[in-house]
Design a protein around this ligand. Structure first.
Ligand code: UN1
Length: 509
């Protein structure tokens, strides 16, 4: 594996990659070229991205709206095979995609492999939902003399706006859901990761998707993203990213004249884990390190706040210190690295500002060591801090900082309620051998995903449908049985067959 990865990295390094508006299968000139660099070593330019113009957006929407009609008519069973072919194409290109994920998004090789597999899983899972009679017609029981049926259609052209932290899996997964339900898609990748997005779109084309059904429209949020969601001909928006951006999109959609369209949002979390004195210490330590520092803490599912009972706190903190010291921080494309860089200079500056706050009103417990030359990119030393209050964090701090809070078991309710009052609801962890404890915590803290005696990251498609509520998003969850519903429009057709004296078989719609 090592040699395969090294060879793929060398090939990607030798290429000059380009991303830009991909419309009808063709790369358009776009505007405002920007260099795309490696977050571990910003002196290394991987390629360039060209921003989408307003005219490009219009052209993409024209093509998409035209192509969508025939795509919707194919029905779920007709659409599934293209998504399955996409899954195969992703797997066939695994080495190259892992290399790109490492260079462009700073992913470790293990995270990269997991991400390519997740992207393929989304495609196959949504293909299965589509093929399993998605769209109907489903006949519903009603009065004698009437046929009542429910049918689902694609809504039209969906805007899919995706984040840099899963630039392949979430990018591909949103598109797969929208396509499976019968839509065409305009996909806007994160500004930091346009190259892997262009690869994914080219793979969809190679898998046999009509290129008019999927356009790539890269660019900045405040220009391309804003124009996209304000466009009068967009029929739905799927967004994964920060809570603030989701709020801005919501506002823009509310101000839009014309049709009211669905907004599917998966946003940030203020994810807690509650440990009691019956928990198995070694397992807690492993699961906490993975949950807080895996992917450099750059997952919306990542652990931010660990609540430990007073009596177990010192021993747990000691264990966490030792485990953090054993983590290797460095070049994500080196197979021995556990924790790579954060995504960009802004992310690092935000973490440094937060660290200053921790130094003044909390207590730094441990920081992992950085390798020599760490400042050629955006490495940030993973940090554990003890905070004085259960609601110390007002909002998500996206990166490798774990906050530990001691609590008095007799005041569990109060502690948990303070976290809950922040209004997020994404992931929640519990470590305990007492079921009633887990149940109580899960009652007190809202969460879309509750994990008991395990890590709180790495939701598996089809097994742990992923997504939250409140400030964490709208649902439907990704990778679950109801994932496609809000991408579709529902039509109930009621036909009074007695008035026509007809044979139901002839009237079947
Ligand atoms: C995200 O970080 O935006 O469960 C969501 C997990 C991943 C999270 C993806 N599926 O860790």
């Amino acid at each position: 594996d090592r040699e395969r990865h090294a060879a793929a990295l060398a090939r990607v390094d030798a290429e000059k990659l380009t991303s830009g508006p991909l419309i009808g299968g063709k790369l358009r000139a776009g505007t405002n070229p920007q260099a795309v660099t490696n977050p571990f070593d910003t002196s290394r330019v991987l390629g360039h991205v060209f921003e989408t113009t307003a005219a490009d957006l219009d052209a993409a929407i024209d093509a998409a709206a035209r192509a969508q009609v025939a795509w919707d008519r194919k029905g779920g069973a007709g659409r599934g095979p293209v998504l399955r072919a996409m899954a195969d194409a992703l797997e066939a290109d695994l080495d190259r995609l892992v290399a790109l994920l490492s260079r462009e998004a700073g992913k470790t090789l293990n995270d990269g492999v997991a991400e390519v597999r997740e992207a393929a899983d989304f495609c196959r899972y949504y293909a299965m939902l589509a093929e399993r009679d998605f769209g109907g017609p489903q006949t519903l029981k009603g009065p004698v003399g009437e046929i009542n049926q429910l049918v689902l259609h694609g809504r039209g052209v969906f805007a899919c706006i995706s984040p840099w932290n899963f630039p392949l899996a979430i990018f591909t997964g949103q598109i797969a859901a929208a396509l499976a339900a019968g839509n065409a898609v305009l996909a806007k990748p994160a500004e930091q990761t346009p190259l892997i997005a262009a690869e994914a779109v080219r793979l969809y084309y190679r898998a046999g998707l009509d290129p008019d059904l999927l356009a790539l429209v890269p660019g900045r949020g405040e220009t391309v993203g804003a124009k996209l969601v304000a466009h009068p001909r967009i029929d739905g928006v799927a967004f994964t990213g920060g809570t603030d951006t989701a709020t801005a999109i919501n506002r823009s959609l509310a101000a839009r004249p014309g049709p009211i369209i669905p907004f599917i949002a998966e946003t940030g979390g203020l994810n807690g884990m509650f440990v009691d004195t019956t928990a198995l210490k070694e397992q807690v330590i492993d699961d906490v390190i993975l949950s807080a520092f895996g992917s450099s803490g750059q997952r919306c599912s990542a652990l931010r706040l660990l609540y430990v009972p007073h009596d177990a706190a010192d021993a747990l903190i000691e264990g966490l210190k030792g485990a953090l010291a054993a983590q290797v921080v460095g070049d994500p494309s080196d197979p021995s690295t556990d924790i790579g860089p954060v995504i960009d200079a802004d992310a690092k500056a935000m973490l440094e500002a937060h660290l200053k706050r921790l130094e003044s009103d909390a207590r730094i417990i441990a920081r992992a060591a950085l390798p020599a030359g760490a400042d050629k990119g955006h490495l940030f030393a993973p940090t554990i801090a003890e905070v004085p209050t259960p609601d110390y964090l007002e909002r998500e701090v996206f990166g490798p900082i774990l906050h530990v809070c001691r609590y008095e078991p007799s005041r569990l309710r109060e502690t948990a309620s303070k976290l809950a009052a922040r209004g997020y609801g994404l992931t929640l962890g519990v470590h305990s051998r007492i079921e009633a404890f887990a149940e109580e915590v899960a009652r007190l803290v809202p969460a879309g995903n509750v994990y008991i005696n395990r890590s709180i990251i790495g939701a598996v498609v089809g097994v742990q449908p992923f997504g939250g509520e409140g400030l964490s998003g709208t649902g439907p969850k990704a990778g679950g049985p109801w994932s496609l519903i809000r991408y579709a429009s529902e039509k109930a057709i009621s036909n009074n067959i007695s008035a026509q004296g007809g044979d139901p078989a002839l009237l079947n719609l």
